[in-house]
Design a protein around this ligand. Sequence first.
Ligand code: SF4
Length: 446
Amino acid sequence: MKLLLVVPAKEERKERRLKGKAFQIPQLSLGILASLTPEDVEVDYVDENLEDINYEWGADLVAITVMTATAPRAYEIAQNFKKFGAKVVLGGIHPSILPYEALKYADSVVVGEAEYVWQQVIEDFKRKELKPIYYGKRVDSKDIISPKREIFKNKGYYFTSILQATRGCPYDCDFCSVSLFFGRSFRNRQIKDIIKEIEELNHPLIGFLDDNLIGNKKFAKKLFYELIPLKIRWLAQASLTIADDLELLRLAKRSGCAGLFIGIESISEGGLKEINKRYQKAKTLLEKIKRIQEEGILIEGSFIFGLDSDTPDVFDETLEFVFKSKMALASFGILTPYPGTKLQKRLIEENRIITYDWRLYDCGHAVFKPKNMTIEKLQEGLDYCWYQFYSYKNIFKRVFSLGYRFPLLGIPVLILNLSYKRMLFKTTDISSWFSQKNYGFIPETI
Ligand code: SF4
């Protein structure tokens, strides 16, 4: 039996795949499926962002991981494989929320986490008794296993030393799918398993792919303490609350934290309340960012536009904030009503969703009517922020300022900014996308 694990590209990226290669990282969830697959099954893995799919490889079963923005492409791939006689299973956040939509294109859908059902899927496939839907129960933290990394070898990734230490997030921001998929129960793996995995990775720079590595601060402190002897550098995503606990922040630094991706989202109190990010207060944002940076930890802040409280001034105000904060990197996006989220429910009720073309659900496109500006203004404002932040003038200003305070960080930050600039402006073309036709996927009732 031959099993192919597939990461679909967004259509546009498929055409321009090599340009954003440096930022592609392997899909650990598919590596976990590979780990769970019995030895007698031949397994291969293809990431369409990096290489073409070989439909003639002879796959008997194909498993595709699907996010909302890649769903239309995943459905196309699924149907292509069916023409070659393969059975197709879809999993990931999007099919878990909209399983009946996904089932129109595939033989089977895994809803939720796959660990406890994957072996059943394989057995059922072998007996030709594949069920339409498998409901994966929430995985106990002790059962979270390491991915089989051999499948990522020679696939063209630059950076593969990544892992997950936790699942879920204790918060419940109303635009976010994390709690929908993983629940609000924050689960952390056994520290000894995490350390073992890092030792096996044997790389000086590690990336944690957790949604919020410090979701449980007690656990995070223990983990950071155990990381100190490994003498690695690491990057992760964390909430700004790390700045509230100096012991945690200093342990993060001592254990090798080099940079944090932090979802700041909005710089206004009204905006933060609106998205239910109540643990963050607008008036303390700058002070907390400063506290983290003073420890020599770089920050990439992420911001979203299109909140009901946003007016056309939000773009300049946000830029002013990011420049003032001196953060090393920033990313900007448009509020996106992902299926199943509270945000989507509200916007449906208010009749403000303008398209269900899932390809546009990538935080780069306005898919709903904003309250205090036009759709065009929202789209233009987004592009404006990207261009301003990543203009050569601003990149060099930022790098000189950072390099002055932290001499060792100047060059890495310059490389990161230039790579980001190259990726952004060669792999996405935000405004031209918006004029694309609506492919008219109809959502299920949620
Ligand atoms: S803190 Fe981040 S991961 Fe957690 S719910 Fe909010 S947006 Fe999602």
